[in-house]
Write a protein that binds this ligand. Structure first.
Ligand code: ZN
Length: 305
């Protein structure tokens, strides 16, 4: 066991004693709630029966959270939702058809950081049962056929590499071809550094495809969830006919700490959160998770009337 782990262990014990908690009943949340992190696993851990809400600090019964679409029943805080649950929520009866399931990255740069990119991909495939960070699907939403792409934050931070770029581009082209509206639900740290400039090219590729969709007059609604940052914000997430977000989502290009360090100024309260961005004209709406499906259906009725 290395040192940081030892320190973590001792903190954990100290906290238990302080709070007089039985650890088997609780999951421990991370220290800082503003830090976007790679795995996205901080919010919904399933080993305990109870968990502590990141926002109100109250103890919530996990089952109550599951029944409430992973929204805190006490304060309305939106916990992160994985891609598959998102699609289950949006498609009628949770039924959908998946596309391009077998597309996978071939590690064009033979990239190595703390481990090789190949190893990282293999680990991610195992833990998420996905080949990359997006599910591209079609089905019906309140009776209307739609294409929905949902990014998976647990897969290398929902980062956009060649596979995410290609799957989203194909979904856009399919939408244009079938004349079916498109929804992309983002949850991403941005472009995938392990694919370098190839990741960045996806921004242009997707943006060009979206322009053709626009010319075909097919509506595209971008749904931003916590967090939507970097190259994803800089491309498709902000290019919707409607750009909407879930409450409290971190949305931006660079993170608040990077900006603060660069401009050497304290940023205002709630900076880069959905509500702040709505107030300042960056978003068209902030929509509660429970209302999302209805909102999308009504928007498409409006666009396609
Ligand atoms: Zn809460």
């Amino acid at each position: 066991m290395n040192m940081p782990q030892l320190i973590w262990e001792s903190n954990r014990k100290e906290q238990c004693v302080k709070l007089n908690m039985n650890m088997a009943w609780f999951t421990r949340d991370r220290p800082g709630k503003d830090e976007p992190e790679d795995s996205g696993e901080r919010h919904v851990r399933t080993e305990g029966l109870w968990l502590k809400c990141d926002s109100c600090g109250q103890i919530v019964w996990k089952k109550a959270l599951d029944e409430n679409l992973q929204v805190c029943p006490k304060c309305g805080f939106h916990f992160r939702l994985d891609a598959r649950s998102r699609l289950d929520l949006l498609f009628d009866e949770g039924k959908f058809e998946e596309f391009d399931v077998n597309l996978a990255s071939n590690d064009p740069l033979e990239f190595v950081d703390s481990k090789t990119y190949k190893e990282r991909l293999a680990l991610m495939k195992e833990s998420t049962s996905m080949n990359d960070a997006v599910i591209s699907a079609a089905g019906s939403l309140e009776g209307r056929r739609v294409h929905i792409c949902a990014l998976e934050l647990k897969f290398i931070g929902g980062s956009m590499g060649s596979v995410v770029g290609e799957k989203i581009t194909r979904a856009i082209e399919r939408s244009a071809h079938d004349r079916v509206p498109l929804v992309i639900v983002s949850a991403s740290g941005g472009a995938r550094m392990q694919e370098g400039a190839i990741s960045l090219m996806q921004l242009a590729k997707i943006s060009a495809a979206l322009m053709r969709l626009d010319e075909a007059k097919i509506p595209f609604i971008s749904v931003m969830t916590d967090p939507t940052t970097g190259g994803v914000t800089a491309s498709f997430a902000m290019l919707g006919d409607l750009n909407i977000a879930e409450p409290g989502a971190l949305i931006g290009f660079a993170g608040p700490r990077v900006i603060e360090q660069t401009i050497r100024q304290k940023l205002p309260e709630g900076f880069q959160r959905s509500e702040f961005l709505l107030q300042h004209g960056f978003l068209d709406a902030v929509v509660q998770r429970a209302d999302l499906k209805r909102y999308l259906a009504e928007s498409f009725d409006f666009f396609l009337a």
